[in-house]
Design a protein around this ligand. Structure first.
Ligand SMILES: [Zn+2]
Length: 97
């Protein structure tokens, strides 16, 4: 994979182009990465290596009904915990996990 030729679409094999200056960030497509998955007999290296797959937007749109969407849980604590009462701290941690 060079900086000018990202991985082709995993579904239709169309060649994709990169966003300028990136290694694998296709225009009109999405990169999917995985560090492995317990249960996979194909890829579960447990060494920090990852695999990457690109899927073009047209293929995603064609299979939209098969896509599972979820929202990443983002924890953001901006308050200084030392300045909070125990109850405020507990409430803040409960809200943010
Ligand atoms: Zn495609």
């Amino acid at each position: 994979m060079s900086s000018n030729t990202p991985i082709p679409c995993f579904i239709c094999l169309i060649e994709l182009t990169n966003v300028e200056g990136s290694t694998n960030q296709p225009h009109d497509g999405v990169e999917f990465t995985s560090y492995g998955h317990y249960g996979s007999t194909f890829f579960d290296p447990i060494d920090g290596s990852a695999l990457a797959i690109n899927v073009c937007d047209a293929c995603l749109a064609d299979r939209e009904g098969l896509i599972g969407l979820y929202q990443r849980r983002v924890t953001r604590i901006t308050e200084d915990l030392d300045l909070l009462t125990n109850q405020e701290r507990h409430e803040l941690l409960r809200r943010n996990g």
